[in-house]
Design a protein around this ligand. Structure first.
Ligand code: 2AL
Length: 164
């Protein structure tokens, strides 16, 4: 959808573009309510700080839409397509794949949620390095990192969804 159409669309139509970026209603509704934005850049910039901070409940609700790193998102929803595209660069050797799977399991064991990282533009090795580093975080430290990664993914998705 182009910026001008988004800016003047019906609220439900605008919300439908935002929802696949991150499934957090407060974020979607704040952006829809603030339209019309003066520019695409202003929209993107606001999206980077809207509904801050997200609660742990909001984050965990949104995580349900994110496949594990190394797992291919199934289905033909907008989110699944975005996840596949974001993870398309995460090509990996069998060894790295095995290490990612073990890392995901250890992470879920410790934090009781899926390991989330902004995968776009990152190699499997870098993701594995981040996973192993973050495993040492305390739960409070880690939820802040997860929130930042989720927001980066949301903004990247929004930039992809709204053409100039
Ligand atoms: N578990 C994940 O980190 N998933 C994802 N990261 C992305 O950048 N897209 C995803 O679906």
């Amino acid at each position: 959808m182009d910026f001008s159409t988004f800016n003047h669309a019906q609220p439900a139509e605008a919300a439908a573009v935002l929802r696949p970026c991150v499934d957090i209603t407060r974020w979607v509704e704040e952006i829809v309510a603030l339209r019309p934005f003066a520019s695409r850049n202003e929209l993107i910039e606001f999206a980077g700080r809207a509904a801050n901070p997200w609660t742990a409940e909001e984050i965990d609700g949104a995580l349900a839409h994110h496949p594990r790193i190394g797992e291919r998102a199934a289905g033909n929803s907008a989110e699944a397509g975005m996840s596949r595209k974001e993870q398309s660069g995460v090509v990996r050797s069998p060894e790295v794949q095995a290490a990612l799977e073990a890392g995901n399991r250890a992470y879920e064991e410790k934090f009781d949620r899926v390991f989330l990282i902004r995968a776009a533009g990152r190699s499997a090795e870098e993701i594995l390095e981040q996973l192993q580093k973050r495993l040492h975080n305390s739960p409070d430290e880690e939820i802040a990192v997860v929130a930042q990664q989720l927001r980066e993914i949301a903004v990247l998705r929004l930039e992809g969804a709204i053409e100039a």
